[in-house]
Write a protein that binds this ligand. Structure first.
Ligand code: FMN
Length: 360
């Protein structure tokens, strides 16, 4: 019987790719702080996961999946709960389902790695080896889709011919999965080979579910966008506040949620400038004849850092960056509101597609 799926949207998202030995919890949280919408964990092999016990780690505020030798093979926490996709290495539908059931309540979605060309993966029939066994792909994906309540995705490499790749993707779509990530290289190609974006485009035209693409832009572009956002703070704060609230009129849509922005307040930048973002916001409210902003500061228990939510003009804003000092969290947040002007006309997503997450 089909289990109703909870949806994690994959359209127009900035996603941290799965990376062995890289995509661990600290890296994923960093990626979320830097604006990722969704984070994939490193590939973890089904047999290894099935030896693990689920342990609630009160000290770290994490849920750990611990192997018999005491090592935490996979760790997660509430901050990523709705954004973490667990990528498994598997070649066996039954084992895949057991892993998914083990983790079902702790992650937002599951992915099957069908792109790893390394021998340790392919020799067990996993990773890119699955690409030559479409019947097994169908079994694994169908079993996962009908067996757990979370969205299922898979990550493939392209096949030597576009027709074969499109045919494979159509078959995978039929199983009911929610998205396909396409690494636009064949299994024999290496990072120095260019990505076949034309193939990725053709696949996305041929199927209706979202296609997640690698290599759309490099880290350099992302950093450039982040720098562009940070540059906003050197604009006059008055202009920023005006433009911010104007942009927010369009984006909030009256949801009553918290507009969250990943901006860091750097006090050093305001040494010669008495008008901090917080002051500018206060002055703006006075000019508009609206009540002055109200700050509500909370402290996170695990690491004792602070975050402030400011209510202004009937809306609430917060920086997604947490601070060690209570006052800086307020000043930093005050900065976050003007910085929203960094949309520069793009109101549904910020530069690098990474701001404006909404919370109830
Ligand atoms: C260090 C490293 C580890 C990776 N590990 C995985 C993995 O565990 N699972 C996977 O599907 N892809 C893995 N990949 C592939 C990436 O997810 C991605 O598809 C690839 O780097 C191509 O994207 P890019 O051109 O944007 O780097 C890894 C890549 C790197 C560089």
């Amino acid at each position: 019987m089909a289990v109703p799926q909870q949806t994690l949207g994959f359209v127009n998202r900035l996603i941290l790719a799965p990376m062995v030995r890289v995509g661990t919890l600290p890296m994923r949280l960093l990626a979320l702080d830097c604006g990722a919408d969704i984070v994939y964990c490193e590939e973890l092999v089904d047999l290894k996961m099935l030896q693990c016990k689920r342990v609630v780690n009160d000290l770290l505020g994490t849920v750990d999946f611990v192997a018999p030798d005491g090592k935490a093979v996979f760790q997660t926490c509430s901050r990523e709960h709705d954004r973490i996709v667990f990528q498994m290495g598997t070649a066996d539908p039954d084992r895949a389902l057991l892993v998914a059931r083990l983790l079902e309540n702790d992650v937002a979605a599951f992915d099957v790695n069908m792109g790893c060309p390394k021998e340790y993966s392919t020799k067990g029939g996993m990773g890119a080896a699955l690409l030559s066994n479409p019947e097994n792909i169908k079994q694994i994906l169908s079993k996962l889709v009908s067996g757990v309540s979370k969205p299922i995705t898979c990550k493939i490499r392209i096949l030597p011919s576009l027709e074969e790749t499109v045919q494979l993707c159509k078959m995978m779509e039929q199983t009911g999965i929610s998205a396909i990530a396409v690494h636009g290289r064949t299994k024999d190609e290496r990072p120095q080979h260019p990505v076949h974006l034309d193939s990725v485009r053709a696949i996305s035209k041929a199927i209706s579910i979202p296609v997640i693409a690698n290599d759309i832009f490099g880290l350099g572009d992302f950093c450039h966008d982040v720098e562009e956002k940070l540059a906003i703070i050197s604009e006059t704060q008055e202009q920023s506040v005006d433009r911010t609230l104007c942009a927010l009129d369009v984006t909030d849509g009256g949801s009553g949620g918290v507009v969250e922005l990943p901006f860091r307040f750097d006090r050093k930048r305001f040494i010669d400038n008495k008008i901090t973002p917080k002051t500018a916001l206060l002055e703006w409210c006075r000019r508009q004849n609206i009540p002055q902003p109200e700050y509500n500061t909370e402290q996170r228990e695990v690491d004792r850092v602070f975050r402030s939510v400011v209510s202004v003009a009937g809306r609430r804003f917060a920086s997604s960056i947490w601070y060690e000092g209570k006052e800086t969290s307020r000043a930093g947040h005050g900065h976050g509101v003007p910085a929203c002007a960094g949309h520069r006309g793009r109101t549904s997503r910020g530069p690098a597609g990474c701001i404006n997450s909404w919370e109830a």
